[in-house]
Design a protein around this ligand. Structure first.
Ligand code: URA
Length: 434
């Protein structure tokens, strides 16, 4: 078997066998198939798709490319969540401490930024000292001891996804239903999750641009879950505008801290509570969503979730002083405010443009080896459906220098659309796939 033949087969819209998929995944995991062939294959998959069966084989091959954790020793029901990627999506930073504070242990392997979407690992690494490279032994020990882990894929867990993920980020091969489904599900299976809550984002700032495509992705992941003996719930959520106000690594950590301390933007808090409630039901800590929501709200309101987040930072080597005083977190030196050039109802804050602008400011990567600037980003002060007077602030840009700030200002103005008539706010969720 040759990698070239497998690429050609996909290029020519043929179906790959399980044997071919295993050969390809094992080859690139071991470094025997070079990045340029993997990138060509990923582009062929993006253009020509995969059947549900091929996607399941790919998922299992990637899950089995390293260790598959058995968490039964550490938790009764291993529950996890994963987002398909959005702008300002810092839900994990709040939902997971909430759930852990309710007595349901959660150990999560997160990803880095992907295309225009942010990544939980990059966000957490803006806390000086915070380690995202726990070994499998450290992961299990912390989960057992403290009930909350937030780390990256260790070299031993789904390493094939780790490699493919960073290649896709820089080769235009992110928005592919089979590649997203297998990437998400392989990590969750390798991480030992038995029940998984998926936050499937829809809209201008998501890889799935409409509800139909998002539903298709959610159904594919639910069916992969079924075939591999995992229960999966897919929440279809809005990503036409950024979630919350903050976009950019340290800015998002600040917003998550504000929320854990009882403040934070309303849409973001609500989103976190819904995700947490689904996790609590999946983990059998609540009989139904109403009860789960009450339990989750109490953990957020009385400070237990905040205490859990602090414990997480300490456990993973982060300097908790930066979390207690978030003003010490990195913040870029050039700050520029953008104000409304007219009065009216805000009809659009294009999430993808905001996400791309944040990446261009330095919050994400253009090449695999690029370093992140944790302090740059954007605050989005207003939401679709708000009425604004001319001159009121819409964005604050945090940039490393004047030139990049000016580029960001020009780009962000393009993200806006206005209505002269009253405009409805966007919904947070569009449905649930089980
Ligand atoms: N999240 C992942 O883990 N993988 C993707 O491909 C997209 C979002």
């Amino acid at each position: 078997m040759r990698a070239t033949d497998i690429i050609i087969k996909k290029r020519d819209k043929q179906t790959l066998s399980q044997e071919e998929i295993n050969f390809f995944v094992q080859g690139f995991t071991r470094g025997e198939i070079p990045d340029y062939q993997v990138a060509a294959w990923a582009m062929a998959v993006l253009l020509n798709g995969m059947t549900a069966e091929e996607t399941t084989h790919l998922t299992l091959a990637m899950a089995n490319s390293g260790d598959v954790l058995d968490l039964s020793d550490a938790v009764e029901i291993a529950v996890d969540k994963h987002s398909t990627g959005g702008v300002g999506d810092k839900v994990t930073l709040v939902a997971e401490p909430v759930v852990a504070a309710c007595g349901l242990p959660v150990g999560k392997m997160s990803g880095r930024g992907l295309g225009f979407s942010g990544g939980t690992l990059d966000k957490m690494e803006s806390i000086p000292g915070y380690r995202t490279n726990l070994s499998t032994e450290e992961f299990l020990a912390q989960l057992k001891r403290s009930g909350l882990v937030l780390t990256g894929q260790s070299g031993d867990l789904a390493p094939a996804d780790g490699k493919l993920y960073s290649l896709r980020d820089v080769t235009g091969t992110v928005p592919s239903t089979p590649l997203i489904a297998s990437s998400v599900m392989s990590k969750k299976i390798a991480g030992g999750a038995q029940a998984i809550v998926l936050d499937v984002k829809i809209g201008l700032g998501a890889f799935m641009e409409n509800v139909e495509k998002a539903r298709e992705l959610a159904e594919l992941m639910v069916s992969i879950g079924r075939l591999s003996g995992r229960k999966v719930v897919g929440l279809l959520s809005d990503m036409n505008q950024p979630l919350g106000h903050a976009v950019g690594n340290a800015l998002e950590v600040r917003e998550a801290i504000e929320t854990l301390r009882g403040g934070g933007p309303e849409d973001f808090r609500e989103h976190c509570l819904v995700v947490a409630a689904h996790m609590l039901v999946a983990g059998k800590k609540a009989a139904n969503l109403d009860e789960a929501r009450e339990v989750a709200s109490a953990a957020l309101a009385d400070g237990r979730a905040w205490a859990k987040f602090r414990e997480l930072v300490i456990n993973q080597g982060g300097d908790v002083g930066f979390v207690d005083e978030p003003d010490r977190l990195p913040l870029a030196p050039v700050v520029v405010e953008i104000r409304a050039e007219r009065s009216g109802w805000l009809a659009q804050v294009h999430a993808r443009i905001v996400g791309e602008t944040s990446v261009e400011l330095g919050a994400g990567r253009a090449r695999k080896e690029d370093a992140i600037d944790y302090g740059v980003g954007i605050l989005v002060h207003r939401k679709v459906g708000d009425y604004l007077e001319a001159g009121s602030p819409i964005f604050t840009v945090y940039a490393a220098n004047d030139a990049s700030a000016q580029r960001a200002v020009a780009r962000l103005k393009e993200s806006l659309a206005w209505n002269s008539e009253e405009t409805q706010p966007l919904p947070l969720f569009y449905g649930v796939v089980e």
